[in-house]
Design a protein around this ligand. Structure first.
Ligand code: V47
Ligand code: SF4
Length: 374
């Protein structure tokens, strides 16, 4: 498949050379990749880049997601999860005790990671989150707390009338070690204004990520795609992440999130309604792998992609599936058809059946020894 003449006939001769030599691709190269008519040729290039980094390893994590509230002041148009206020039907808000109780592994193995995110609640003070982290670490000392998107950090700073840097410092002192990548959506201001006008801007998101990295808190990054954005908006988004990574080297993993449309207020133009293809999702994952030459991992998040497409994505540049999850609300409220949870044996089987070698990892992508079935 990796035949230089064939790529030259596809108009990708110089892109092929750059990928083979490990050189950085330009935005124009990215445009050519998105326009490439042979999806398998694109996949093979991304697979080459992924194999050079990770061989046949595919990562997963024994984790649990905890969403502490769905009440959120931002009301992003794409979000099916958000409620306006505590009193609204379907709204919820967990106490610190309830958060800690959710992490009881019952009869299974203790979790390696807890992923905590929620809506930007109008009243919850920063002290609530500090207490939650301290109590989690006291109760489950081995767990890594990966919590709060850059958008939540910006919201806490606004509520408390302090800087985002101070919020990050206080949460780090409480035990925060890593941050998930949500809230990035799409940085292009004219699209962001249409899909999430009240949310922190793209520049604010990037600045909080920069501050977190400078404090030694690693983070992930995401891109929400398949809504109103153009191909150039996707490439601009990837370029901004790549530039920040050149500066800080603090991103562990990139997660492309396809927009799920159920229960969403966001009206798509007629020509886009119901038209988002699996091939576009694979194409975007592959281009991400090739453009983001300085971000080590690309996640095929099985919850949003579905198990089968996530397996295919492992051949289009992705090397991570995320984890056991246990309970998921954001994607499922928007119509995700996947299950709520996966066990370690299920994740390992999914990886082996796709032709890869499963590696259980922690939040920093360090391998964790598998002791027994969960
Ligand atoms: O920021 C919200 C997205 C994100 C929809 O860092 C939607 O390891 C699709 O960021 N259709 C939260 N997407 C999820 C997230 C995440 C998930 C798993 C792992 C990690 C990680 C991060 O979900 C939000 C938003 O971009 N989202 N609504 C929707 N209707
Ligand atoms: Fe709030 Fe996040 Fe939903 Fe936006 S995507 S409304 S910030 S919960």
């Amino acid at each position: 498949m990796l035949d230089a003449d064939y790529y030259a006939r596809l108009g990708l001769g110089s892109v092929f050379e750059k990928v083979m030599n490990g050189e950085r691709l330009s935005i124009e190269d990215g445009r050519k990749l998105f326009a490439c008519e042979d999806i398998n040729a694109l996949g093979a290039l991304a697979h080459h880049a992924r194999t050079r980094l990770h061989g046949d390893s595919t990562y997963y994590v024994l984790n649990r997601h905890v969403n502490y509230t769905n009440v959120c002041v931002n009301a992003c148009l794409f979000c099916a999860y958000q409620k306006e206020e505590d009193e609204q039907e379907g709204a919820f808000r967990l106490s610190v005790d309830e958060i800690v109780a959710k992490l009881d592994p019952k009869d299974g193995l203790p979790y390696d990671e807890v992923h905590i995110v929620g809506g930007c609640h109008p009243k919850l003070p920063l002290s609530f989150f500090e207490e939650a982290i301290i109590r989690i670490k006291e109760t489950y000392p081995g767990i890594i707390v990966k919590a709060f998107t850059a958008v939540e950090i910006a919201h806490f700073a606004e509520l408390e009338n302090i800087s985002t840097q101070e919020v990050l410092g206080r949460l780090k002192a409480a035990g925060l070690e890593a941050m998930p990548g949500g809230g990035a959506e799409i940085f292009a201001p004219e699209v962001r204004e249409k899909i999430c006008p009240r949310k922190a801007t793209g520049d604010e998101w990037l600045n909080v990520a920069r501050e977190a990295h400078n404090l030694g808190i690693t983070s992930n990054c995401t891109m929400l795609f398949g809504h109103l954005e153009l191909i150039d908006d996707r490439l601009d988004h990837l370029d901004k992440l790549r530039r920040l990574q050149d500066e800080t080297n603090g991103f562990s993993c990139f997660i492309p999130l396809p927009f799920l449309t159920e229960n969403s207020m966001l009206e798509l133009p007629e020509e886009r309604k119901g038209k988002h293809t699996g091939l576009d999702k694979l194409r975007t994952i592959a281009v991400s792998r090739l453009m983001l030459d300085n971000i080590p991992h690309i996640k095929a998040y099985w919850v949003m992609l579905g198990v089968k497409l996530a397996q295919a994505a492992l051949h289009f540049g992705a090397d991570d599936l995320d984890g056991t999850i246990v309970e998921e609300k954001i994607g499922h409220d928007a119509g995700a058809q996947s299950d709520q949870a996966m066990t370690i044996p299920q994740l390992e089987e999914m990886i082996v059946r796709s032709g890869f070698n499963p590696v259980r990892r922690n939040s920093f992508f360090k391998p964790v020894k598998v002791e027994q079935e969960a």
